[in-house]
Design a protein around this ligand. Sequence first.
Ligand code: CO8
Length: 259
Amino acid sequence: MYENITYEVKDGIGYLTINRPKALNALNTEVLKEIQKCLDEDIAPDDSINVVIVTGAGRAFVAGADIVEMKDATTNEGHAYTERGHKVMNTIDHMPKIFIAAVNGFALGGGCELSMACDIRLASEKAVFGQPEVGLGIIPGFGGTQRLPRLVGKGMAKYIILSATNIRADEAYRIGLVQKVVAPEELMPEAEKLAKKISSKAPIAVRQAKAAINAGLDTDLNTGSRFEIEAMTQCFASEDKTEGMTAFVEKRDPEFKNK
Ligand code: CO8
């Protein structure tokens, strides 16, 4: 059904794999269209999954937007391409499901941006992160100028973006860009372990926590606090809150119903 990505659901976890290994999974228009379709039609409406693992086929996560396609693009085409990329990244960022990037190799340009649109990044020791765009005469255009400083701070983001310096997984971990680095063969098991752990928690609470964190980082503390109060109120209105607390008191595992 898709030519440049694969999507499957196993044991209640979604697996979205960018699958264009000949071009190191570069995001051309077709790839972006397929990711968007998968997000809108396969993932968003599927109530049976709460967590999706995003990874790349072969030796790269994603080596960026497609330079071959962009090379001769007009100004208008460049604008449309940037809009398309932003829509994909924002769909991931705002969706009430949790996305874990399992970064198996190069995460450059649009690839680094795709990983940053996800909620949590796990990396193989072989992963390389970077925003090489200024060396190509453009800037990070799939959200990198906005999400990288939010994740690692203004100074480090400017260091990486303005000098187009690629960093290895251990450095990405040190600056807080990735949350855990593991051996290559441990990457998917680690991502699955995390996906299962998150999936075992109260889904409404997990969704509300993601939304509250996102909303707070886009606004001032007072407005963010109001958002948190509303999000908490939604949790108190849920059956799963009663179940979670009752299970604690009764010293048993909770059985959440996403209600
Ligand atoms: N676009 C298109 N093709 C690519 C890309 C890419 N980003 N990256 C790799 N490829 C292709 C290569 O051209 C090559 O194809 P072929 O075999 O036909 O020659 C194949 O993948 C394998 O790549 P290499 O032979 O180069 O493999 P190496 O192991 O020697 O090098 C690197 C791996 C270091 C990852 C190298 O491929 C590289 O530097 N790639 C480009 C990385 C880059 O600059 N990425 C940023 C792109 S710009 C971007 O992402 C902007 C996002 C916002 C866009 C806004 C729209 C306007």
